[in-house]
Design a binder for this molecule. Sequence first.
Ligand SMILES: *[C@@H]1O[C@H](CO)[C@@H](O)[C@H](O)[C@H]1NC(C)=O
Ligand SMILES: *[C@@H]1O[C@H](CO)[C@@H](O)[C@H](O)[C@H]1NC(C)=O
Ligand SMILES: *[C@@H]1O[C@H](CO)[C@@H](O)[C@H](O)[C@H]1NC(C)=O
Ligand SMILES: *[C@@H]1O[C@H](CO)[C@@H](O)[C@H](O)[C@H]1NC(C)=O
Ligand SMILES: *[C@@H]1O[C@H](CO)[C@@H](O)[C@H](O)[C@H]1NC(C)=O
Ligand SMILES: *[C@@H]1O[C@H](CO)[C@@H](O)[C@H](O)[C@H]1NC(C)=O
Ligand SMILES: *[C@@H]1O[C@H](CO)[C@@H](O)[C@H](O)[C@H]1NC(C)=O
Ligand SMILES: *[C@@H]1O[C@H](CO)[C@@H](O)[C@H](O)[C@H]1NC(C)=O
Length: 478
Amino acid sequence: MKPTSSVRILHFWILYLSSNVSIPAWAEPQHLKTSGIRPTNLQHPGNRLHILPLLLWSKRPSSGDDKRTTKIPSNFTILPPEDPSVSRYREYLRTNTSHPNPNYDTAVAWIKEQAQAIGIEYKKIDFDPPGLFIIRLKWPGSDPMERSSLLLNSHIDVVPVDSSKWTYDAFAAVKDDKGNIYGRGAQDRKSQGAQYLEAIRRLKMRGFSPRRTVYVTFVPDEEVGGDRGMATFLKASEFMDMNVSLALDEGAATMDDVYPIFYGERSVFRVRITATGRSSHTAMMLKDNAATKLNKALGLLFVFRDEQINASNPDGNIENVTSINLSQIGGGTSPNAVPSEIWAIVDMRLRLRPTWTFSNLTNLLDSICNQSGNGVSYKVLLNLEIKEESSLSESDFWWRTIRKSFDEMGWKMKPQIFAGASDARHLRKAGIQAYGFSPLLFTEQLGHQDNEFLNENTFLNGITVYEKLIPKLANARE
Ligand SMILES: *[C@@H]1O[C@H](CO)[C@@H](O)[C@H](O)[C@H]1NC(C)=O
Ligand SMILES: *[C@@H]1O[C@H](CO)[C@@H](O)[C@H](O)[C@H]1NC(C)=O
Ligand SMILES: *[C@@H]1O[C@H](CO)[C@@H](O)[C@H](O)[C@H]1NC(C)=O
Ligand SMILES: *[C@@H]1O[C@H](CO)[C@@H](O)[C@H](O)[C@H]1NC(C)=O
Ligand SMILES: *[C@@H]1O[C@H](CO)[C@@H](O)[C@H](O)[C@H]1NC(C)=O
Ligand SMILES: *[C@@H]1O[C@H](CO)[C@@H](O)[C@H](O)[C@H]1NC(C)=O
Ligand SMILES: *[C@@H]1O[C@H](CO)[C@@H](O)[C@H](O)[C@H]1NC(C)=O
Ligand SMILES: *[C@@H]1O[C@H](CO)[C@@H](O)[C@H](O)[C@H]1NC(C)=O
C-alpha cells in the first residue's frame, strides 16, 4: 500500500492526530478483529498508528468521491429499467397515424419489424383503388385443415389531436413517474395491437404452437367507418381463404375488475330537425318565430333524453338505452336578422330490438314536430342498422369456450352492447363471431379524449391476459 504523495500523508497524519474525528466504522474493534488486526484503543492517538495504512488507503480518491457528487433529493427514486415490451409499445405510439391524413408508413414498418423479430409471416394486402390495404400476420396452426382460424384485430389509425389541450406531445409517448404513458392511441387501440404481438412473442419463446392458425390484422380506418379497410378486406379472396370463425376486436377500459365483453353494437339514427318562421329585423318580435319552435322541439326531445339517462344502468350497461345528443345547430345569415329557418342535428344510438326500432323514433319525432308548431319537420340523415350480435348462448361453441376460459382463469366478465361502433360490426355482418375485448382493468376510459394515457403496468397485465387466452382459443376443440 504505497502512499501516492508524501505531502498528502503528512497533512493527513497531522490532521488526524490533532482532531477529534470519530473512528470509521470499519476501524471499530470488532471489525478489525474479523480482519485479523489486533484491536487497540484507537481513541489514543499513539495507537492510531496501527491503522495508518488502512486509513490512507480508505482516503484515496475514487470516481465516486462523495464530496464531488450532487446531493440526491430524498424523494428521488431510481426507476427500474423499462420492460422491453413497453419500449416497443411506445415506439408504436410515436407513429402519427391520426386522421384526417394518417401517415401509415412508420406504423406499418414497425409492425413488419415486430413480425420479423417474432418470426411470423407478414403480408401487406393492397386493394383497389390504390391506398386501401390491411396488414395481416399469420401464425400457422399445426392442424389448420380440421379447424377454422382465430383472428385478432386492431386498428392502426387514431383520432385527431388538439395539441393545445395536451400536456405532452401526443406522439412522443412520454412516460411520467407514475408509469403513465401519454399518447393518442395509448388506449384506442395501439395498446391492443402491441399486446397481441407481445403475447405471441412470449408464447413463441415458450415453444407454444397453436393448433388453429392465428391471424393478426392491423386495419387502417376503423375510426372513420372501416369501409376502406375491414369492410373491403372481408370481401377479398385472401379473407375467404383464411376460414376465420372467431375474431377478437376492440373493447373498452373498465374502472373495476370486471371485463366488459362486447357482443353487439348500437345502430345509428341521425336527423336534422328544421323549424321555419317569419324572417324579420331583430328589432321586431313576431309570433311566428323559427327559433321558438326549434326550442320547443328540442325541449321535448330532451325530456326523452332525461328519461333515457334515468333509465341508464349505473354499471354503464347502456344496452337498453337510446342515447340522444345534439351535435350541431345552425341557421341565420346576419346577427341583426331573425332567420326564417333554423336547424339542429341530433345523433341517436339505439339497440334495435323487437319492441324498439327506428319506427319508434320516427313516431316520437313526428309527435314532437307536431307539438312544436307549424313548419317544424325532420329529415333522416343516417339510419345505420346494426342488427348482428354474436351469441351469448351456452349452446354456442365459441361463447361457451370464451366463458369457460374466463372462469378457469378466475376472470370476471360482463357481456354488453358496445356504446359506439367498431369494425366488429363488419365482421359480424360477414358471419364471423366477433367479441370486443380489451384487457384494461382499473382504468378510466380515455379513448378519443385529450391526454389519453395508459399505465405501463396495465399494458403489461393485458399481455399476460392474451398470453393465457390465445392458447385456450387457438387449441379449443369443436
Ligand atoms: C422532489 O422534491 C423537490 C424539492 O422539494 C421538488 O421540487 C420536486 O417536485 C419533488 N419531486 C417529486 C417527484 O415529488
Ligand atoms: C400528426 O398528423 C396529423 C395529420 O396528418 C398532423 O395534422 C399533425 O400535425 C401531426 N402531428 C405531429 C405531432 O406530427
Ligand atoms: C374450415 O373450418 C372448418 C371447421 O370450422 C373445417 O371443418 C374446414 O375443414 C375448414 N376449411 C378449410 C378449407 O380449412
Ligand atoms: C329523472 O330523474 C330525476 C331524479 O330522480 C327526476 O327529477 C326527473 O324528473 C327524471 N326525469 C324524467 C324525464 O323522468
Ligand atoms: C335489457 O332488456 C332486456 C329485455 O327487456 C333485459 O333482459 C335486460 O336485463 C336489460 N338490460 C339491462 C342492462 O337492463
Ligand atoms: C349522449 O347522450 C347520452 C344520453 O342520451 C349520454 O349517456 C351520453 O353520455 C351522451 N354522449 C355525449 C358524448 O355527451
Ligand atoms: C315501439 O313501437 C312498437 C310498434 O308500434 C310498439 O309495439 C312498442 O310498444 C314501441 N316501444 C316502446 C318502448 O314504446
Ligand atoms: C298535429 O296532429 C293533429 C292530429 O293528427 C293535427 O290535427 C294537427 O294539425 C297537427 N298539428 C301540426 C302543427 O301539424
